[in-house]
Design a protein. Sequence first.
Length: 469
Amino acid sequence: MTLPGPETFAANARAALRDSTLTGALRRATDTFAERRAGAIGQVPDWEGLRTRAAAIKAHTLARLDHYLEEFVANAERSGVVVHWAEDAAEACAIVRRLAGERGARRLVKSKSMATEEIHLNAALAQDGAEPVETDLGEWIIQLAGETPSHIIVPAIHKTKEAIGELFVDKLGIAKSSEPAVLAEHARTRLRAHFAAADMGISGVNFGVAATGTILILENEGNARMTTTLPRVHVAVMGIEKVIPRFADLEVFLKLLPRSGTGQHLTTYQSLLTGPDPEGQGPRELHVVLLDNGRSRIAVDATMRQTLACIRCGACLNACPVYQSIGGHAYGSVYPGPIGAILTPQLAGMHSAGTLPFASSLCGACKDVCPVKIDIPSLLLELRQRAVEGTAAQPRTRGSFVERLAWKAWAFCMRGPRRYRVAMALARFCEKLPFVRRLAGPMRAWASTRELPTLAKRSFRSTWRGGAS
Ligand code: SF4
């Protein structure tokens, strides 16, 4: 299935809005998560204090990312982990393909990981005839459907249970059912066989602790636990921004992440891995692939660096009115919603994802819910400015002819007080004309759901001077 890219965001969004099944499923799911989140954070005495601590830990770490990465690598290697550095997606995929190839691993299982989605690892491994079986239920569903995740933590959020039932009939040949327990039982039976036979397990990483070289993987189904323990080789793909300084810092993030994402007090399974297990209780070999893929470029940008503080909880998606209406696929990006609108243009470049920072009403709901206090609206505005101005690294994104004309006229009027006064007098005259109120042409869509504000009869300046308007 070919999915649209971010270049066609407007058309993707229009198509999504016409899909009433999709919008209904999204509304139900995001409302449920928002309610659960509100209930869960209401029981934490100092939620704001926790958010502030988390933001401070992330800001501190990201400002010294090189130092903490070196510490993480030294301690991980001391515990027997083999660490690999991947500058980009191609290199990361090549490393995992080589590891699988050298060990003759053909049967691979994978637990949910956005980093591996970002580098399109499954497609790369499929070239060697070794595509991993996704073992998170939601990921497995969309793998069966030939789709991509539409949410950071709930990959199949866009699917109703009826649609999943039909998919299972089609792909697994089971009797029709839309009963979640029945569907889950079928998935469990099939996936256990894959776990038992797997030569290699692949996962992402939620946090990497520099002081001990430990990696932490969070999940709710037990599939990551099996992926990281049953196969003799485990490969974890970790974005370099996932490092945190100390074990004690986990206390903060483990309170924030599940409450923000799913409204849980604690994620069901928390797998902490410090090195391989030669006794055979866990993987005999543990490899960590440290993925850059544009992150170090973001880390040295003092304004945009906070993008890397994201702990992938998904709360900003659930709170975003744009995401709630169109879902994740319309963004045409592995990372959808508000975090995707700031992360994807920086990772993939403005030339392909320059439309995404404009896919926001700037209502600020994402900033209010973000557990690490990322100021997403400010970053969206910064990226919009960069898109319009263009930079040495990024080509200029040009708006439509009418938009550019409007901004030129605005700039002309704002260049001096006399021009401004004349423009305002003209605007007061024009607003009385009936066709202006109806806003013909390209502004009609904007006016269909909004009231054009009426200009004050007297300007502030004339009131201040006590003169007539
Ligand atoms: S930006 Fe904040 S709210 Fe959104 S996924 Fe990341 S941590 Fe969660």
